[in-house]
Write a protein that binds this ligand. Structure first.
Ligand SMILES: Nc1ncnc2c1ncn2[C@@H]1O[C@H](COP(=O)(O)OP(=O)(O)O)[C@@H](O)[C@H]1O
Ligand SMILES: [Mg+2]
Length: 590
């Protein structure tokens, strides 16, 4: 479950900035618009002096029209520029988020089986949906608001200083007092945010497992238990949300209080100044107006820190996934693998699933001539599935090598290797799509006739034609609308159509009833014809027909040979045979 080490905040900023770079021209334009918005805010505070002095205190016939006209013009500019910059910045923000989402998914597709083993599906889904949304929230609000607010603050401070520099030192002296609690609150929020995202991921895991496993939940009457488990997470999320909001809510009253104190002080000093005729009432009002207008952008800038902390917490999780190294990849200069012509060899192969786990395969030596069928038998957990999973490099050998015609499979491209191998497993994996799309998954360019032929050879044509829309019938998630035997025959048709020289059958018939097994068995025989096959089987009938049988126990090959030879030895195979045969007699009719 170990994640990649987290990046520093500075590192994350740099990466986020790199994503922004391609849009610099738009951003520059938006910034120009922000300068206009900031300028109009300053101008509004500035004209307050004229409103007070020339309209309220001593009305001036010209100014009575000029000032309102100026205000109208200022608002037109403010509105147009504000709209423009908002739309542009949102566009950039959404765009960056979409790129992140796509990059995450593409990276996820490239990650090796080992990573999928370690991470629950729901958690991975949560990274692409929740965590990226979280970045979206903060990127949008950060990029849309930050510069406009900063510019506005500068414009207003300009007005404040221009009106009365002495007063402004007093008024602006309050600001540093505001900064300290804001930084502290931001840190707290970051922690809350990380916990919420982890909880969201837990919720996703739970949802994915219990929704896709609804049959088992119902079968074992665990609905209430699962509902309680969900409620526990939901309440935890509630507690975190409340903590989050109350932390955010704290910053506003804090700032208002400090702002109010400054106001009060200014009024006392300003009142004396007006009495002494040192300043006009317009000066004081303009000063106060600028100060009040400062409140909004400063508030936004202060909550910006919180948004940034949120975004960084999300970005940390996103980059943990993006930084996850792809364990199995092409070597530089990897070549195309040719179809095997001679043999497939395991040379001194040992394998363990993790650095600390014990070896699941130990010193396997094995040569399978092209076109032969090799049967793997043995007790459960003996390492049969692990052995065949090494062929398409779902996992990389820990020691030793696997060679196709003498070429180490680590020296060739993954694509060329995997396109030589078909796999049919006990657990059929079909997608919620049409029968046709499922059969042609490994060869999307196949013609209608080829798809039909494959279905026929897989003994699937008959039931497909009985389906409501034939080859266009959608089969439900994982093929739930089909029986086990039908699903298996579809996956055999898929393997037949892909037409690859090496075939892996991992207990392809073991979950089927006798009648479907008969069909599947025949379909498999069609599929095995002319291919180098690794077949893991429980049924004696399949094993007997193999060119060679390998008996595995505890990660080692303990016996190998043909059926009669092994029986005669009276060893592990003989014991297995006796056990299996009794079972088979009860189940098989051939
Ligand atoms: N993805 C995995 N991660 C860690 N250990 C595994 C994994 N898959 C299988 N194992 C372990 O490897 C051993 C061999 O399993 P497997 O190859 O599935 O046996 P078989 O197919 O012969 O029943 C077992 O002890 C099992 O617990
Ligand atoms: Mg297995």
């Amino acid at each position: 479950m170990q994640d990649q080490p987290t990046r520093s905040d500075a590192g994350l900023y740099k990466l986020l900035l790199e994503r922004v770079k391609p849009y610099w021209a738009r951003l520059a334009f938006a910034m120009a618009l922000m300068l206009i918005v900031a300028g109009t805010n300053g101008a509004l505070a500035f004209v307050v002096k004229n409103v007070v002095n020339d309209i309220l205190v001593k009305p001036d016939p010209v100014m009575m029209y000029m000032v309102p006209l100026a205000i109208i013009i200022i608002y037109i500019f403010k509105g147009a520029a504000g709209y423009g910059q908002n739309v542009i910045m949102q566009w950039v923000g959404q765009r960056i988020i979409t790129e992140y989402r796509i990059a995450l998914y593409a990276h996820l597709q490239r990650l090796s089986m080992g990573y999928y083993d370690r991470k629950p599906t729901g958690e991975l889904m949560s990274r692409i949906t929740n965590d990226v949304n979280m970045i979206q929230g903060s990127v949008s609000s950060v990029v849309t608001g930050v510069l406009r607010d900063v510019f506005t603050v500068f414009a207003l401070i300009g007005v404040v200083i221009y009106r009365d520099w002495f007063l402004s030192i007093f008024a602006l002296g309050v600001f540093p007092l505001v900064v300290i609690p804001i930084v502290k609150l931001g840190r707290r929020l970051r922690k809350i945010s990380t916990s919420s995202q982890e909880t969201m991921a837990d919720v996703s895991v739970l949802l994915h497992e219990t929704i896709s496993g609804a049959r088992i939940v119902k079968g074992f009457c665990r609905e209430e238990y699962e509902a309680e488990r969900f409620a526990k997470h939901a309440w935890r999320l509630f507690a975190l949300r409340v903590k989050d909001v109350s932390t955010r809510a704290l910053s506003h009253p804090l700032m208002e209080f400090l702002g109010g104190m400054a106001m009060a002080g200014i009024m006392i000093y300003g009142g004396y100044q007006i009495q002494a005729k040192a300043i006009t009432p317009g000066d004081l009002m303009s000063f106060l107006a600028a100060l009040m207008m400062l409140y909004e952008p400063v508030k936004k800038i202060s909550s910006l820190n919180m948004e940034i902390q949120n975004g960084l917490a999300a970005a940390t999780r996103v980059y943990q996934l993006l930084d996850e190294p792809v364990e199995v990849t092409d070597k530089p200069g990897a070549e195309e693998l040719k179809p095997p012509a001679r043999d497939i060899e395991f040379r001194e192969v040992s394998f363990s699933y993790g650095a600390e786990s014990e070896m699941v395969l130990k010193d396997i030596n094995l040569t399978v001539p092209v076109g032969q069928a090799l049967a793997l038998v043995g007790t459960s957990g003996g390492g049969k599935t692990t052995l065949v999973n090494l062929l398409p490099r779902f996992y990389e050998v820990t020691r030793g090598a696997i060679l196709f015609d003498g070429v180490d499979i680590r020296q060739v491209t993954l694509r060329s290797l995997r396109s030589r191998i078909s796999i049919v497993t006990q657990q059929t994996i079909l997608f919620n799509d049409t029968v046709r799309a499922n059969i042609s998954y490994g060869r999307p360019e196949a013609t209608e006739q080829e798809i039909r032929d494959a279905a026929q050879a897989a003994y699937a044509l008959e039931f497909i034609e009985h389906m409501p829309a034939g080859f266009d019938t959608v089969i439900g998630e994982g093929g739930v609308l089909l029986s086990g035997g039908q699903r298996q025959r579809l996956s055999i048709a898929r393997a037949l159509l892909a037409d690859r020289p090496v075939l892996i059958l991992d207990e392809a018939t073991s979950s089927l009833d006798t009648e479907s097994e008969l069909y599947v068995q025949k379909a498999l025989e069609n599929l095995m014809r002319g291919r180098t096959t690794f077949v893991i089987a429980h049924r004696l009938s399949t094993v007997q027909k193999a060119d060679r049988i390998l008996v595995m126990a505890e990660g080692r090959i303990v016996e190998q040979g043909r059926h009669e030879e092994l029986l005669a030895q009276g060893g592990a195979y003989h014991r297995l045979y006796k056990m299996q045969f009794r079972v088979d007699q009860g189940l098989e009719v051939d």
